[in-house]
Design a protein around this ligand. Structure first.
Ligand code: NAD
Length: 358
């Protein structure tokens, strides 16, 4: 059978560092295993347009492995061409690059390695919150420039203690963010999610659920987005919702770029309505060179904590998601049941409740 993997190019870094498993060079460590079973394993980073390897090989591949870090967008149109396709595996967490409704319709299963990088992302969220609230990036840039003007940084630096912090989405990542915030003695930890946390879990981190999104954002000094991208969350943080944010709030988004409206967020940051925006996800990946989120700043010249999409692809995370992909393949190839928490779309139906209320 043909197994197609669309991964990112690792270049010299991947040649020098074999633990960069999620790259074209290191192929999730699967080549020997798959070839020993007689399967054809095609790995490429070429994913855009009709002449790409992605579109060329999707027509007869039975399994597609993709990664959110370099997403091969499997649209409804491509599903029509993918006549052999039975299984899509996401090397990581977040399968919005696959048209999940089309997967349901075409009876193609979609699996993720659930939980594989949730600690990696939660740690990144904590770092991003701190670097925005404490005005870290301009402070470091000042040091590199050779300058030393403490007041220019301190005029917009605060403590996290005593602030209200909220998460949109309190699943694996959102909850881990709340857990990690507990020792910071925030004024309150809030969450907005259509799925309430179990009582004991909410109690353990002393979080309060706010059911109305406008009310939720209006109470938060810091908001982190930790929900999947689906029809109900695309453009969720838009001009209208931003009007309900506290003036000077901070927004962190490591979930998916398209959950936040690109221009509305940039305008809010540039006007000072948002004091900061940080995260690693972009509405198009790789982000174009002139993407406004690369350079937008608040009126005091700070507040930008954007990085490329890497929070969930630390070397620790790559080991976990590479092992997870292998185990999903082993189950598939030997007709064993899959771990239920990994199944996003089963044969002809959604198995998860996280990709929208249906
Ligand atoms: P999860 O399934 O454990 O939790 C998602 C939570 O979001 C669920 O509780 C769900 O009910 C909630 N949710 C869904 N729609 C919502 C909505 N409209 N409003 C509020 N809450 C909503 O998933 P997770 O493991 O916590 O991951 C969350 C997302 O983070 C992934 O889908 C992915 O997009 C993103 N992610 C990013 C990276 C990265 O490297 N930046 C890595 C892993 C995951």
């Amino acid at each position: 059978m043909k197994i197609l993997a669309i991964l990112y190019k690792g270049g010299d870094a991947a040649k020098a560092e074999s633990r960069l498993l999620g790259t074209v060079e290191n192929q999730l460590g699967l080549r020997e295993y798959l070839e020993s079973l007689g399967h054809e394993y095609v790995v490429s980073d070429s994913k855009e347009g009709p002449d790409s390897d992605f579109q060329k090989h999707i027509v007869d591949a039975e399994i597609l492995i993709t990664t959110p870090f370099h997403p091969g967008y499997l649209t409804a149109d491509l599903f029509e061409k993918a006549k052999n396709l039975k299984l899509c595996v996401t090397a990581g967490v977040g399968s919005d690059h696959i048209d999940l409704n089309a997967a349901v319709k075409n009876k193609v299963q979609v699996l993720e390695v659930s939980g594989s990088n949730v600690v990696s992302v939660a740690e990144h969220v904590l770092m991003s919150i701190l670097l925005l609230v404490r005005n870290f990036v301009p402070a470091h840039e000042m040091i590199e420039r050779g300058d030393w003007e403490v007041s220019q940084i301190a005029r917009n630096a605060f403590d996290l203690e005593g602030k209200v912090v909220g998460t949109i989405g309190a699943g694996r990542i959102g909850y881990r963010v709340l857990q990690r915030l507990v020792p910071f003695d925030c004024k309150e930890l809030l969450y907005y999610d259509y799925a309430p946390l179990p009582e004991a879990a909410a109690k353990a981190v002393k979080t309060r659920r706010v059911e109305d999104l406008n009310e939720f954002v209006s109470q938060c000094d810091v908001i982190a987005v930790n929900c999947p991208l689906h029809e109900g969350t695309r453009g969720l943080v838009n001009e209208e919702l931003l009007k309900h944010f506290k003036k000077g709030a901070y927004l962190v988004n490591t979930a998916r770029g398209a959950i936040c409206d690109k221009d509305a967020v940039a305008d809010a940051l540039q006007s000072g309505h948002l004091s900061g925006y940080a995260g690693d996800v972009w509405n198009v990946q790789p982000a174009p060179r002139d993407h406004i989120w690369r350079t937008a700043k608040n009126p005091l010249g700070g507040g930008n904590g954007m990085v490329p999409h890497y929070s969930g692809t630390t070397l620790d995370a790559q080991k976990r998601y590479a092992e997870g992909v292998k185990s999903i393949l082993e189950n598939y190839l030997t007709d064993k049941p899959q771990e239920p928490q990994n199944v996003i779309v089963g044969i002809g139906k959604y198995e998860t409740k996280a990709y929208g209320q249906r």
